[in-house]
Design a protein around this ligand. Structure first.
Ligand SMILES: Cc1cc2nc3c(=O)[nH]c(=O)nc-3n(C[C@H](O)[C@H](O)[C@H](O)COP(=O)(O)OP(=O)(O)OC[C@H]3O[C@@H](n4cnc5c(N)ncnc54)[C@H](O)[C@@H]3O)c2cc1C
Length: 399
């Protein structure tokens, strides 16, 4: 089977790995000129971690992982107002990984037969009975049996095949940004534990990296979903006055091309596939950074899709089975994220105080389990989902 995958993000690269391991012919087209450097820290756990282990990638991911046992809520004067145990984000193992590092592990371990084309955007799709024709921006047309849109929350494949983004994107009332910067003083304050400002309606998270740099992510409330043309001054305006080390982060905020900036949103689509076109990862079921599981659901989703395609030996049935099994998982994470939004970014002094107490209680083992279930939702196991697949083996097809 010849597959074109649009998008060399976490979901697309994972699927390329899996389909090629099954003997498929795979071309990945990626709009960015090379691996995307814009980074933020990802808590990686749950079904994605299980899938990575089955794919043999866990040791490589462990080698690039960070280990923050604790996170501190820090006020404008630099005082720790509460401490959360990182383990409480999940009930199982958890790795903290920079997004570019996950993509580098996936890309670096791709079977040699996968053709990975950077600097190539998909611009058109024609799904015909005998195959799907994929047009690239340079006019090249690729013929394939299957096209997978793994091109993220603002997916081009979804727009071309299912209609405009406005129909499917649920804006959650927040903007987010992420960038890295070099500041030894801030690094010294953030290298052993991640820090989150203890603030209302806007917050900055800071992580000291092993190369001495600091990774930051920012979230603020905004009724207007419009993304600014130049994110740097917009970030500097939105996060001014948070105190502690944050003026340094704003001062060292890099130019637009080194910043990740987007709306915080979810994708709700009535159907994830049409004919020979299937959507995967954020393109199909973005859960948002509030869920903290998009990367995990991207890799695990790729695993399940590859598994179902192999077992059914049919694009239509494989895609339908993938959706039947995976939609309830993604929807549960989306619901959970919406209900947790209030604690993710407090909107009032009362919410702020409740969050401090709730996160501080994660030191108590019994309470930690409860907080995990609030933060992460159900404890989804990929093996259980695979077991639900009708009349099929529970062991992955992938070698
Ligand atoms: C600040 C922040 C923190 C997060 N924290 C976590 C966390 O703790 N845990 C977690 O699991 N998840 C987290 N996430 C979510 C996670 O990063 C995403 O869910 C995940 O990266 C989605 O991967 P994807 O491959 O589906 O899409 P993307 O990463 O968006 O990749 C899509 C790719 O497609 C390419 N593309 C787009 N259009 C085209 C086109 N027309 N032609 C060719 N290529 C195209 C893009 O350039 C991109 O490389 C976080 C997200 C953010 C923003």
């Amino acid at each position: 089977m010849r597959t074109v995958i649009c998008g060399a993000g976490i979901s697309g690269l994972a699927l390329a790995h899996l389909l090629a391991a099954q003997g498929g012919e795979v071309v990945v087209v990626e709009r960015a000129p090379g691996p995307r450097p814009q980074g933020y820290m990802i808590d990686f756990f749950g079904p994605g971690l299980e899938a990575s282990e089955a794919m043999g990638l866990l040791p490589a991911l462990e080698r690039v992982a960070y280990h923050y046992d604790e996170g501190h809520l820090v006020d404008g004067d630099g005082r720790r107002r509460s401490t959360i145990q990182t383990k409480s984000f999940s009930r199982g193992r958890l790795l903290s990984l920079m997004r570019p590092d996950i993509e580098a592990v996936l890309a670096g371990n791709l079977p040699a037969e996968v053709e990975l084309r950077y600097g190539t955007a998909l611009t058109d799709v024609a799904d015909r009975p005998g195959g799907v024709a994929v047009t690239l921006e340079d006019g090249t047309v690729l013929d394939a049996d299957l096209l997978v849109g793994a091109d993220g929350i603002h997916s081009t494949v979804r727009r071309l095949v299912f209609g405009p983004e406005e129909r499917y994107l649920r804006y959650l009332g927040l903007h987010t940004a992420a960038f890295t910067f070099d500041a030894p003083d801030v690094h010294a304050a953030t290298k052993s534990a991640f820090c989150l400002t203890d603030s209302i309606d806007r917050q900055l998270g800071l992580y000291g990296l092993r190369d001495g740099r600091v990774a930051t992510f920012a979230v603020h409330r905004s009724a207007d979903p419009t993304i600014p043309d130049d994110p740097r001054p917009a970030i500097q305006r939105a996060y001014t006055g948070l105190g502690w080390v944050t003026p340094r982060a704003l001062e060292l905020c890099p130019p637009a091309e080194e910043i990740y900036y987007d709306q915080v949103a979810q994708i709700e689509l009535p159907q994830w596939s049409s004919g020979r076109v299937v959507l995967l990862g954020d393109a199909a079921y973005a859960v948002s950074l509030i869920a903290g599981q998009g990367a995990s659901l991207g890799i695990a989703g790729a695993f399940l899709l590859a598994d179902r395609l192999a077992h059914t030996r049919s694009i239509e049935r494989g895609a339908a089975e993938f959706e039947r099994l995976w939609r309830p998982v993604a929807e549960e994470k989306q619901r959970n994220a919406r209900s947790m939004a209030r604690w993710f970014l407090p909107a009032s002094p009362t919410d702020l105080r409740i969050r401090r107490v709730m996160l501080g209680l994660t030191r108590v083992p019994f309470v930690m389990g409860y907080v995990s279930s609030l933060l992460a939702g159900k404890d989804t196991k990929l093996a259980d989902v695979l077991r639900q697949a009708s009349g099929t083996a529970t062991e992955p097809v992938v070698t």
